[in-house]
Design a protein around this ligand. Structure first.
Ligand code: COA
Length: 175
């Protein structure tokens, strides 16, 4: 784990660096991230999105984090779809790391820290994730954090012009 990786709850002030990264990475991320409407990756668009994420946090359904390297925002890690009923304690994790900071172990470390939040802060029992079948870097990040693939959700996400299959991943927390 690189010493410098940290995560914290997202803040409105993170809008500008997030917008700058996502505009720079638009082409590189096209196969892996859903298309967004015009204005989405502007500081104003991201501020609105962050407001929505923080509303989800207050409602207890989302834990929206940013990934930091040496105190700079380099990506996001988000736990969504949080269920905290006694019989369904789970959440689904997603992440991205800016191209300028990739392949230095940050996503792997950030996911490990998010799993700790899911266990210690949210009291969850099960973590889930979904990747494009060809997103090998993301699959490495999940395997390194103890996730296993358990199925395929056919034609489940519209990415880069067509409906794609999602490879589904699970990790039982506390294992
Ligand atoms: C997937 C992503 C988050 C990985 O971030 P990262 O900080 O570079 O990840 P890490 O450095 O922790 O780990 C990357 C792993 O992929 C491996 N890798 C990199 N390129 C690869 C390739 N072309 N084929 C196979 N493995 C590859 C690295 O060797 C490393 O594996 P290791 O831990 O076994 O050495 C980043 O590439 C990203 O944001 N991509 C675009 C958005 C995205 O795909 N989000 C996830 C959607 S499910």
């Amino acid at each position: 784990m690189p010493d410098s990786t940290a995560i914290r709850l997202i803040e409105p002030v993170d809008a500008a660096p997030i917008a700058a990264h996502r505009v720079r990475d638009l082409e590189a991320f096209r196969p892996w991230e859903p298309a967004q409407p015009d204005g989405f990756f502007t500081p104003e668009g991201q501020e609105k999105r962050i407001e929505g994420l923080l509303a989800g946090y207050r409602a207890g359904t989302v834990w929206p984090g940013v990934v930091l390297a040496d105190d700079e925002v380099i990506g996001q890690v988000t736990v969504g779809g949080i269920l905290r009923q006694p019989h369904l304690r789970r959440g689904s994790v997603g992440y991205w790391i800016a191209g300028v900071a990739q392949n230095q172990g940050h996503a792997g470390s950030a996911l490990g820290l998010a799993l700790r939040v899911m266990t210690d802060e949210l009291g969850l029992h099960r973590a889930e994730a979904s990747t494009h079948l060809e997103n090998l870097p993301s699959q490495r990040v999940l395997r390194r954090n103890g996730f296993s693939p358990y199925g395929v959700a056919h034609s489940s996400i519209f990415l880069d012009g067509s409906w794609r299959d999602g490879l589904l991943w699970e990790r039982i927390l506390g294992d």
